[in-house]
Design a protein around this ligand. Structure first.
Ligand SMILES: *Cc1c(COP(=O)(O)O)cnc(C)c1O
Length: 361
């Protein structure tokens, strides 16, 4: 369990539970320690007796949960004397890899699918000094090239195939248990490459082995309808979803994730683009939480399950991970933007316009 006092980042807080040694650099941007926010509106609005908590991972240093694993992966790469780092990414991995590599003083190379990176993520990656190579192809094509490169050069691979990233990501499950003084009944996540759902499960298992919790949650995974290989049971050649962080057709952690779902007696299913959009808008408008589209998939899924009576009438604690920050994807945010035509600088005109649009809405 993390100690009291000012937060020191995941390596220092959980060093006993991570594969770090005296020789591992204490790299940190003070990642982790994110809030577990009780839902004010969405949870209470659902049928059943839900206690809904939102683990807001968008508050990590680069704006997504990727920082938890990346700090451990880059620290271990430093320890091993790596001369450079590389990853393929739908965006957040690259932003995080670039930031931690910058902090560590190691050059970073990033392969991204051309045209499918949210603007905020690209901006971060570029400014942190990574060499960005857009690839004519999707994420899966990028990953294939990266694997080819690391097989032949002394460059540290920072994709979720890197086991240290999984170790670091387990700390989010530790934090949930520390905050709730026990495990929730259910833990819901968006699923792309399927590393995070796997890492949470491993984290809960680890805490159970240590006797920190008695029971483990059931894991609930949600994929976008157009990018749901785990639900369909086969790779998707051309995955499609506006939630670019989960636009993955052949997840790297396929088997591990399916084992996590099975062992936890959980489930994995799809959510539609409309359900993602609706949950995204509700999180921002009703909870005050601005997340990226992929993050809303966990809440969209829980809303659907609750409305179908899935959670029953018993008091049930559900945690949804909100994986990334809304600022990552401003295009999605302003899709259905309000009228941004300028008004004359005049009180009456302004009131008429805002009240008018309110009444009409
Ligand atoms: C990476 C990412 C996901 C998907 O996580 P996986 O471990 O690939 O399943 C979801 N949301 C956001 C914001 C992400 O950055």
């Amino acid at each position: 369990m993390a100690q009291g006092g000012p937060w020191r980042g995941v390596i220092a807080e959980y060093e006993d539970l991570l594969p770090v040694t005296e020789a591992t650099p204490r790299l940190t941007l003070l990642e982790g320690g994110t809030p577990l926010i009780p839902s004010a509106q969405i949870g209470p609005s659902l049928p059943g007796d839900l206690r809904l908590f939102l683990k807001f991972e968008g508050l990590n240093p680069t704006g997504s949960f990727k920082d938890r694993g990346m700090v451990v992966a880059v620290a271990k790469a430093m320890e091993a004397g790596a001369r450079a780092t590389i990853c393929a990414s739908t965006g957040n991995t690259s932003a995080s890899a670039a930031a931690y590599s910058a902090r560590a003083g190691i050059p970073c190379m990033v392969l991204i699918p051309h045209g499918y990176i949210a603007l905020g993520k690209l901006a971060q990656t570029v400014r942190h000094g990574a060499k960005v190579v857009p690839i004519k192809g999707n994420f899966d094509d990028c990953l294939r090239v990266v694997r080819d490169i690391v097989a032949h050069y002394p460059i540290a691979l920072l994709n979720s195939l890197n086991p240290y990233r999984m170790d670091g990501q387990k700390t989010a499950a530790f934090e949930v248990c520390d905050a709730l003084r026990g495990a929730p009944d259910y833990h819901a996540l968006p699923v792309g490459n399927a590393g995070n759902v796997t890492a949470y499960w491993w984290g809960y298992c680890h805490y159970r082995e240590l006797g920190m919790i008695d029971l483990q949650p059931r894991m609930l995974g949600f994929q976008a309808e157009g990018a749901a290989p785990l639900v369909r049971g086969e790779p998707i050649a051309k995955p499609e979803t506006r939630a670019t962080a989960i636009r993955i057709g052949n997840p790297a952690r396929w088997r591990d994730a399916m084992r996590a779902i099975r062992e936890s007696r959980g489930l994995i299913t799809t959510v539609s683009e409309d359900e993602i959009r609706s949950a995204y808008e509700r999180l921002a408008a009703e909870e005050g939480l601005f997340v990226e589209p992929a993050s809303a998939a966990s809440v969209a899924g829980v809303i659907r399950l609750a409305e179908n009576g899935f959670f029953g009438e018993e008091p049930t604690t559900v945690v949804c991970t909100l994986t990334g920050h809304g600022l990552k994807d401003p295009d999605y945010a302003l899709d259905a933007a309000p009228d941004l035509e300028p008004s004359p600088p005049d009180a009456e005109a302004v009131l008429e316009r805002s009240l008018g649009s309110h009444v009409c809405a």
